[in-house]
Design a protein around this ligand. Structure first.
Ligand code: 5GP
Length: 210
């Protein structure tokens, strides 16, 4: 178990194409006391991405070397690439007295839950409004080729099956509303979103929609 934190570890997971990146960016703008945990990845940089802002882009070799040095809180293998959250982000958020926001997948979220106490973590799973909307967003993004889109869609569907491991599950119909909901939950520990029965019905529909 790691040291006690002054602030929370906020985890946001969602399949790619559910609008998570926009959401995390908006959230860090709206909430002052929050830092975004910038991950390391071995995947190649996309055109609009900046090294050190979106990710630290490193080779697989370098990533593995860091892994051996216990540099990461958690790592995961997605789409044949390595991703990892470095410990140093926790220290620097702690020094600033900030919450730390992780934009990571369910595998990473599980590992963080094993390393830190439950009351130090607030975890969210964000779903797209429908499966067809998810497909549309993946295609519209246009940065992934057809094979990649197919891979990401099947990965997304698999990922969505893990929503029940999270304390808060939100359907991202409107990014501003979702950000507000997340902010309220973090600031006021608001529990009104835990209406599991209604949510489960809605989620099943999204996950099974052809
Ligand atoms: P993308 O390549 O689209 O930026 O990210 C692919 C997936 O990897 C997303 O679900 C994203 O949340 C996840 N991811 C990004 N960084 C990390 C990380 O450090 N650890 C884990 N476990 N997943 C990550």
């Amino acid at each position: 178990m790691n040291s006690v934190l002054k602030n929370k570890l906020i985890i946001i997971s969602s399949p790619s194409g559910a609008g998570k990146t926009t959401l995390c960016k908006l959230l860090t703008k709206k909430m002052k006391k929050i830092s975004l945990s910038i991950s390391y990845t071995s995947r190649s940089k996309r055109l609009n991405e900046i090294n050190g802002k979106d990710y630290y882009f490193v080779s697989k070799d370098k990533f593995r070397k860091l892994q051996k040095k216990d540099f990461f809180i958690e790592t995961a293998n997605n789409f044949e690439n390595l991703y990892g959250s470095p410990f140093k982000n926790v220290d620097s958020a702690n020094r600033k007295n900030n919450h730390l926001l992780f934009d990571i997948d369910w595998k990473g979220a599980r590992k963080i839950r094993q390393k830190y106490k439950r009351d130090q973590i607030i975890d969210f799973f964000i779903l797209p409004p429908s499966k067809s909307e998810l497909r549309k967003r993946l295609i519209k993004r246009g940065r992934d080729n057809k094979k990649e889109i197919k891979l990401r869609l099947s990965y997304a569907i698999n990922e969505m099956k893990h929503y029940s491991e999270y304390k808060y599950v939100l359907v991202n119909e409107n990014v501003y509303k979702t950000v507000n909901d997340i902010k309220n939950i973090i600031e006021f520990n608001n529990l009104i979103f835990r209406n599991k029965k209604i949510l489960d019905k809605k989620l099943k529909k999204i996950i099974n929609l052809k």
